[in-house]
Design a protein. Structure first.
Length: 114
């Protein structure tokens, strides 16, 4: 896992890898700044359209995932990994984890007490 946030917002490595992941899998960046990075994916035969991104608000680091039916926000996320079509974002202590496989449209949220 790599650090998602630096002193000035998201790390340059995350912004670069996230943009490449989106582009490589048919997504489009809709917002890219130091404190917010979002991309959207159009509907395919495998999944509905969705938007995913991270932003900083009120001193908290947040992941937002929107589909036609769901809106998810997870706070205090600190680490990420991108492997092929899969993006994983989790909290620094591993108590919350969001995983999205953009190729299949499958996603999950795992939470455990710490």
């Amino acid at each position: 896992m790599k650090r998602l946030w630096g002193d000035e917002g998201t790390t340059e490595a995350f912004r670069r890898e996230f943009a490449g992941w989106a582009r490589d899998h048919g997504g489009e960046l809709v917002d890219r700044a130091d404190d917010a990075v979002f991309c959207q994916f159009d509907a395919t035969d495998e999944h509905a359209s969705f938007e995913i991104g991270v932003y900083e608000a009120g001193g908290q680091h947040v992941l937002r995932f929107d589909t036609i039916r769901e809106e998810i926000e997870l706070k205090v996320l600190a680490e990420y990994a991108i492997d092929g079509s899969t993006l994983v974002v989790k909290s620094d202590q591993g108590s919350r984890e969001f995983e999205l496989d953009v190729a299949s449209g499958n996603w999950s949220v795992r939470k455990r007490p710490i």
